[in-house]
Write a protein that binds this ligand. Structure first.
Ligand code: CO
Length: 134
């Protein structure tokens, strides 16, 4: 059911420093910061030949990233995003298997303008999983 790895998201305590590290030390193609007020994050996209890395930094008062950074002050992998062809079919299959979808259970429009859902990390070996319809 899941397809390509769309991105790996990393929460970072210093967006400028992390962007510079990926650009200058790792030699990656790093985009400009984009504010995503609906998701409480500022995102920097890093394009790799086979997938993307997204640097996440808190935006606003109750960003979902802030709690993660409080627990992981030097940052860390926040979630993996897998592509699916039909997000409603994927959701129905997963919930029938007992997996929990975060929030209302209805897809939201994600950072790439496509419908996304998040699956409870406790159901997937401690890893927050995002599904994105492509
Ligand atoms: Co994501």
């Amino acid at each position: 059911m899941i397809g390509r790895l769309n991105h790996v998201a990393i929460a970072v305590p210093d967006l400028k420093a992390a962007s510079a590290q990926y650009e200058q030390i790792l030699g990656a193609k790093v985009g400009a910061p984009q504010d995503e007020p609906d998701h409480g994050v500022t995102v920097v996209f890093i394009e790799l030949p086979n997938t993307k890395v997204e640097l996440l930094y808190p935006l606003g008062e109750d960003s979902p990233i802030q709690g993660f950074l409080d627990k992981n002050p030097s940052g860390g992998i926040h979630h993996l995003c897998f592509e699916v062809e039909d997000i409603h079919a994927a959701r129905d299959r997963l919930t029938a298997e007992g997996a929990r979808v975060l929030g209302s259970g209805e897809p939201k429009i994600g950072a790439h303008g496509k419908p996304v859902l998040f699956l409870h990390p406790k159901d997937f070996n401690g890893t927050l999983i995002e599904l994105e319809q492509v």
